[in-house]
Structure formats: structure tokens, C-alpha cells
Design a binder for this molecule. Sequence first.
Ligand SMILES: Cc1cc2nc3c(=O)[nH]c(=O)nc-3n(C[C@H](O)[C@H](O)[C@H](O)COP(=O)(O)OP(=O)(O)OC[C@H]3O[C@@H](n4cnc5c(N)ncnc54)[C@H](O)[C@@H]3O)c2cc1C
Length: 332
Amino acid sequence: MSVRFVKSSVSSYGLAPCDESRALRLIELCGRTAYKSEEKITEDSAKKFVLMLKARGHLSVLEHSNIVLKVEKDPAAQVPGGTEPVTFADISDALPDRLGFHRIFPVDSGSGFLMAGNFRAWIETLDSLKRLEHVHGFLLWSLNRFFPVLFPADGQAAPAPSRASLVEEEEQLELLKTDPYFDLPVFVFRFVCDRGVTHEVVRHRVFSFTQESTRYVNYQNKGMVLILPEELYNSYDAAKGELAPDDLLAGEWAKRAEVLFHWYREDLARGLRPEIARDILPNLLKSEIFVSGRWSGWKHFILLRDSSQAHPRIRFLAKEVRKYFANLGLEC
Ligand SMILES: Cc1cc2nc3c(=O)[nH]c(=O)nc-3n(C[C@H](O)[C@H](O)[C@H](O)COP(=O)(O)OP(=O)(O)OC[C@H]3O[C@@H](n4cnc5c(N)ncnc54)[C@H](O)[C@@H]3O)c2cc1C
């Protein structure tokens, strides 16, 4: 049969990794989900793939990531020319238009600060900091120490008398659990749901998304996969992934779906590209979407979507997300 039904599902990928190699692999996985080309992933394909995205300006995929730096004054550092340490005020004064893309918290009575942002945020923030040479030079120098592929050093700027350390996932989580003010970690989920529901998910603007593309994916050979509607739950054999053959309602749904898919294939056969042939695909089309965001965003998502007002299938996603956070000890 060329049409299949599957149930919605949620996979958690935990906190966005703080080491470059794992971070690049996650971004590759997200990016390849859009084109359904995961079979091209190899041991060493991530670096090339992510640099290709960066070079082409497809920076939204690079948002499934997080770098948290702790910046402190380094009394031992000797920087010629009397350069001042980089402070919280330097950053917040210089970046009023970019602060929303970061989390910045003064720590140690204001002598240091924590600054979090995804790869895209850091790349674009560095760009807008170029006029502040010592801040730009110091941040680039620091990012290059931990993420040399994405932040190649320009070899020019001398660092300020400050030091930056990387705040790792475990410490980010501990800080958040101690005080939700420290909204530092980015949590990554993969939803398998229908296109109608992904359309609702992407309304949550504070998140980052990468979604299976109906423009690029050609379902001709893969077959059309739909999300199981609630009214068919009792007619579905989850182990086999099949609808009961003798169920009238299930038969009716399968018949309609086959007709739509037949029209889709006819349109491809008369030369239309998948991005045009997709017009006939239904809202129930299975779609995979990576969604990344901080606890504040997920908490908001759970409050709005794990509600009797919400669509049952987005509510299912929100309940699963809620369970994940409850297991971490984070409750709404
Ligand atoms: C039950 C239900 C029914 C709905 N029905 C409809 C409908 O009929 N039609 C429809 O179009 N949508 C509908 N929606 C979608 C809804 O309007 C929101 O787009 C969606 O829930 C995302 O919520 P949000 O904007 O609060 O979240 P986010 O976009 O994630 O925003 C989170 C927070 O970020 C801040 N923020 C983000 N962007 C801005 C901004 N540009 N300006 C100021 N603050 C910002 C705000 O503080 C906000 O609380 C519905 C949602 C629900 C839950």
C-alpha cells in the first residue's frame, strides 16, 4: 500500500550540546531532516554540511545549538595598551537590538557575566560588535577556543584582560533548577506530527525550527505517510503499523488518502515539481520537525498547548514535553 498511517511521537534530544563535534552532528541531523537525506550522514559529514549551511546563509538550522560563556576579569592577564576587561555593561550597551537573542546575567556581584546564545545569535552578534574592537576580539578569541570550526580566529585582535570559560550542560541545568532566572540551556525535541500541527507549533516564535520540506521531498517512491486521526485509534494495530482491514471507517480513510496520493503522483507524472504537486497533500501529512528553545519558551508552550482548548494532537506533544521536564524536576 502506498499510504501508511503512524501515530504522533516526541523524541527528546536533551540539552543542546556544548562541545563542537556533537553540536555539529545535531545540526546536520536537523538540516537533513528537512530534505529527508539522513542516509547521507557519515562519521565525518557534519563539519562540511554545517559549513555549507553557514556559507549559504541558512543560519536558521544553526539555531539548534547553544553556547554559554562565563566571562570574568583575569587579573593575571597582561594585555599591552591598557585594554580594559570586557564587562556586562560593554555587552548590554553595545547590543540593544540583539539582546533578545541572548541571555545575559551579571554574576559575582557584577564583576563577571554569563552569556548564552545559539550559534546563529553569536555569529550575528559578533558581526554587529565589530566596531568595538576589544570586545569583538575577545569574544571571537574565546569562541574560537571552544568552537574553532564555526568561529575561525582572525589572528588579529589581542584579547582583553578577561577570561571566558564554557558552561557545560550539567552546570547550565543545575543553575536553571536552582533559579529559573538562569534560563541558560536550550532543549531540543523532534516531533513527528501532521502538517496542521506543525503549523501551530511554528507559531511559537521564541523557538527555532527545522521541518521536513514538502517542497523538496518527493513522496513518489517513499509513499505518503499520514498521522493517525483520533477516530481511528481503535482500528489501528500499533505493532504492525496498520489499520484493521475489516474496519469500515478505516477503509474509508484509506480510500480517500489513496485518491489524494494518486492525484499527487499524477501531477508529478505530468512534470510538476514536488513543490507544486504538494498542493494536493492533506493537512494530515506526517511531518518531522526539530524544535529548540529555552525553558521559559517550553513552559509557555506547555501552558498554552497542554490545555483542553488546544488541538488534541498538539496537546499530546505538549504532554510529552511536560513529562520530559517533570523528569528533570522542572514543573510548570
Ligand atoms: C487554544 C488556542 C487557539 C488559537 N487560535 C488561534 C487562531 O484562531 N488564530 C491564530 O492566528 N492563532 C491562534 N492561536 C495561536 C496563538 O495566537 C499564538 O500564535 C500561539 O499560541 C503562540 O503563542 P505566543 O505568541 O504566546 O508564543 P511565542 O510566539 O512563543 O511568544 C512567547 C513570548 O514571546 C514574546 N513575544 C514573541 N514575539 C513577540 C512579538 N513580536 N512582540 C511582543 N512579544 C513577543 C511574548 O512575551 C510571548 O509571550 C491559538 C493558540 C491556542 C493555544
